[in-house]
Design a protein. Structure first.
Length: 248
């Protein structure tokens, strides 16, 4: 999905925007081939009851409420269920970003200015000055989302959010007995590893290895195992903490 035209609804102010994903998939794309002949595997949509291939226009959606029993929906029926003004990004409140736990973050988009842009730049300045993020709701494709809009690097970034019922984090009672010496060593180890978040230095080592292996295969070279560091497992917590600090 790219260059999706939409608008931010900010009270009675309408702000035209163009929505684009900010993340590109870095994974190496492989095709599935038949091992015997090396040709591409194709996929067909097949009805086992009618014993024939089915075209996209002949497929509807069905919800199984009992075994082998479905209620079915046509596309226009599902469209009727979408919220009012579904194509807009409707702001419902403003909150501090610290109140939104990162576990709710799903996917991010950059909202570019569309048209003259005075309202867009005003909204940017208002977000920047307020130091708040906007909570909004919208529909992308066929899915309804709540999302946050924030000012970042002269842009408005929209991040869709998971709903609370989608988040599964078990509650734990932290009643384990940790002595002061263990906690002190753990804090020292944290302090020794403290630094700044610099995303440009974090590289996808696995994808780099795949790209090198592809070139080696093209060049007729053998694929070698990557070197892996072996770590000695220490079961005693105090000993593990003390040796970790010595290494740092």
């Amino acid at each position: 999905m790219a260059n999706l035209h939409s608008s931010i609804s900010f009270g009675l102010v309408n702000i035209p925007i163009v929505m684009n994903p900010i993340v590109k998939n870095n994974d190496t794309s492989f095709n599935q081939l038949h091992y015997k002949c090396g040709h591409r595997i194709s996929y067909v949509k097949y009805c086992s009851y009618c014993k024939k291939e089915v075209k996209e226009k002949d497929i509807i959606k069905g919800y199984q409420y009992e075994k082998d029993k479905y209620v079915t929906f046509l596309k226009n029926e599902l469209d009727k269920l979408k919220p009012e003004n579904a194509k807009e990004i409707e702001i419902v409140s403003f909150v501090p970003i610290s109140e939104v736990d990162p576990c709710y973050f799903e996917k991010s988009y950059v909202l570019d200015v569309d048209g003259k842009g005075k309202a867009y730049y005003l909204f940017c300045e208002a977000l920047k000055k307020s130091k708040l993020v906007a909570v909004a709701k919208t529909v992308i494709g066929s899915k309804f989302y709540y999302c946050i809009l924030r000012f970042y690097n002269s842009n408005i970034i929209m991040t869709t959010l998971y709903f609370e019922e989608e988040i599964n984090i078990p509650e734990k009672n932290l009643n384990s007995k940790v002595n002061d010496r263990e906690l002190d060593l753990a804090m020292q180890l944290i302090s020794s590893l403290k630094g700044k978040f610099t995303p440009q230095k974090y590289k996808d080592e696995y994808q780099d290895n795949i790209k090198k292996a592809i070139q080696n295969k093209i060049d007729g070279k053998e694929i070698k195992n990557t070197k892996k560091k072996t770590k000695k497992q220490i079961s005693d917590l105090m000993e593990a903490l003390e040796k970790s600090l010595k290494e740092k």
